[in-house]
Design a protein around this ligand. Structure first.
Ligand code: BES
Ligand code: ZN
Length: 611
């Protein structure tokens, strides 16, 4: 529990002062010290050594003096200088497995800025270096970053906490022929004359460190609207442009909810398949998994989600991972609001139903860690990647929906606008959020039992439910499965992709091999381009030890590194000695291509398999 510490004299409460000075349990940041306001980055990307040679200048925007503690992890610090003054003393602390090493600087009087040169480690968690064979084009290497939650410190020494926000400028030098993109606006590029090319970027608005982002590869782009563009490898850029063609509509809908889009451009990058998430809301450049390219626009909810983060997350930010629900819960709620205005009530109800399934799976996964099922988390000593689940997303979205139902749509809409105005470009805690709701919507928190969402495990019985006639039909059909009930040909023919998905999700987790054959024959599941359907199907098939699905299972697990898919698939393969052997064999072949985060998750699962 945060606030409780043990030392030689036993347990006692951390003093108020300690909590005030260290508001983020995942950072060495000290609130009594100077804050960086801007970063100037120079990054040299070296694919041969899988390292970035970096220089970062931290500008304080004021005179700074004395001790400054920064976060680093696996970084080799080469020099620390204050311009006009020269080298200054620095000290790298012991490496903590979660936090990394504190870099302590001693700033001379009246320091305006400090420059640090450093090198990243080849196994920096924020960075995945891909061989050409792991890309679509197979001819050039690729690099991408993923800094959320606390991996920015493996790429740049910084105050790696969302409590601090920085504007930034960057110069990224890459091999000629490759393109660099960042979570920032482009500011020119030129050849260096020695076979390399420098790309410049500027992000004028202050962002938390977890939104720093970089990708380098063979990239092409297509404009989707005057302010939106999609980037991908040339082989997939047309498919990507088609899949996300509706993005301007989504931006307009989101603006209707939250106010004018605050980040100027909304560009997207479709990454190689090892990208460990579905999407990442890097400002001005959302990162997306290529598994969204289903060919039928059926997975654009992820784009709606990342776009909504432009407000909920990027504009109003959680103050630490203990308040992660403020980012994700609001964003899931917004994503479904956007989908409802674009595709109607039934589509939104299906979204809530899929979320319910994810929530139930996460509550089951954390059945023995109820402390990770509350919204207001206490994470001292806990790796935020280990605390990650659908709970802040879905339980959080249900709390937001409950507040909306309590006060009515119009009043809640006005509240949201005030909330965005009051906290724009700041990072806030659950307690600040609650105080604001109390001031603007008095009594609403009590009326929806907000305390039980925030501080109690599980989902409150009073949580809002979402119904539609179609959902009820699908639920009844799936409930009848074990008793031999089957959907008719004409029912099946009328189902949308997401309706089929909800049906599959509602089936019993253990079906027979004969059931698998029936499902595949009636739904042609093996050949699905929609990965949500494909993975739901393969999860059922794996748990049933259904051999005809093994080649497809192997193919998907070898190609795709998205953790949302690896978790259920490897989990289902725990079923029998034969599927466990299959899981180990596939993992041995696939893991060199997985992101470090994905490797950690799957290795942890395989370690718990029975022998
Ligand atoms: N910000 C998250 C991704 C993330 C969370 C990265 C925690 C690292 C740590 C992103 O917005 C997200 O939630 N992505 C989801 C999309 C889905 C909820 C529509 C994903 O990746 O599946
Ligand atoms: Zn999100």
């Amino acid at each position: 529990m945060r606030g409780l510490v043990m030392d030689g004299n036993g347990y006692h409460l951390e003093s108020h002062e300690v909590l005030m000075r260290h508001p983020d349990p995942h950072s060495y940041y000290d609130a009594a010290q100077p804050k960086a306001r801007r970063l100037r980055l120079k990054l040299g990307v070296d694919f041969a050594t899988k390292r970035i040679d970096g220089e970062v200048v931290l500008e304080f925007g004021a005179n700074a003096t004395g001790t400054l503690d920064l976060d680093t992890k696996g970084l080799e610090i080469l020099s620390v200088q204050v311009p006009g003054h020269g080298p200054i003393p620095w000290e790298l602390g012991e490496a903590d497995a979660i936090l990394g090493s504190r870099l302590r600087l001693d700033l001379p009087a009246d320091t305006q800025e400090v420059a640090i040169t450093y090198r990243t480690s080849p196994d920096a968690m924020a960075l995945q270096w891909l061989e050409p064979s792991q890309t679509e084009g197979k001819v050039a290497p690729y690099l991408f970053s993923q800094c959320q939650q606390i991996h920015a410190r493996t790429m740049v020494p910084c105050q790696d906490t969302p409590v601090v926000r920085v504007a930034y400028k960057a110069e990224v030098t890459v091999p000629e022929g490759l393109t660099a993109v960042m979570s920032a606006g482009p500011a020119g590029d030129e050849s260096t004359g020695d076979g390399r090319h420098t790309f410049r970027f500027t992000m004028p608005q202050p962002i938390p460190s977890y939104l720093l982002a970089l990708a380098v590869g063979r990239l092409a782009s297509r404009d989707l609207s005057p302010r939106a563009r999609v980037w991908a490898e040339p082989e997939t850029v047309e498919a990507a442009a088609w899949e996300f063609a509706e993005v301007e509509d989504m931006i307009l809908k989101a603006e209707g909810l939250f106010g004018p889009y605050p980040w100027d451009r909304y560009d997207m990058l479709v990454l190689p398949p090892s990208f460990p998430y579905g999407g990442m809301e890097n400002p001005r450049m959302t990162f997306l998994t290529p598994t969204l390219l289903a060919g039928d626009r059926s997975l654009v909810d992820v784009v709606a989600h990342e776009l909504a983060h432009s407000w909920t997350g990027n504009l109003v930010t959680n103050a630490s991972m203990e308040h992660f629900w403020l980012n994700e819960g609001f964003t899931v709620w917004a994503e479904r609001k956007i989908l409802r205005t674009l595709h109607g009530d039934d589509a939104a109800a299906l979204g809530w139903a899929m979320g319910q399934k994810a929530l139930e799976d996460s509550l089951e996964r954390f059945a023995h860690e109820p402390n990770l099922t509350v919204l207001r988390l206490h994470l001292t000593g806990i790796d935020p990647d280990d605390a990650f689940s659908s709970i802040p997303y879905e339980k959080g979205a249900r709390l937001v929906a409950a507040l909306e139902r309590e006060v009515g749509e119009d009043r809640f809409h006005r509240f949201l606008r005030e909330y965005m105005d009051a906290f724009r470009f700041t990072s806030i805690t659950t307690e600040q959020f609650c105080a604001f709701v109390d001031a603007k919507l008095p009594g609403a928190l009590e009326a929806v039992h907000a305390r039980s969402y925030l501080d109690e495990p599980g989902l409150p019985a009073s949580a809002p439910q979402f119904h539609s006639a179609m959902l009820d039909t699908l639920t009844a059909l799936a409930d009848g499965w074990a008793a031999g009930e089957r959907p008719s040909e004409s029912q099946i023919a009328g189902w949308s992709t997401n309706e089929l998905l909800v049906f599959l999700q509602k089936l019993p987790r253990k079906v027979t091999q004969a059931d698998c054959a029936w499902l595949d024959a009636h739904f042609q599941l093996m050949g699905r381009g929609n990965h949500e359907i494909l993975v739901e199907w393969l999860t059922l098939a794996a748990a049933a030890d259904y051999e005809p699905a093994f080649p497809k299972l192997r193919e998907v697990l070898l190609r795709v590194g998205r953790m949302k898919y690896l978790r259920p698939l490897y989990g289902a393969l725990e079923a029998t000695p034969r599927t466990r052997a299959l899981a180990r064999e596939i993992y041995a072949a696939a893991s060199p291509g997985y992101h470090g985060l994905s490797r950690r998750v799957v290795q942890g699962m395989l370690d718990k398999f029975p022998a």
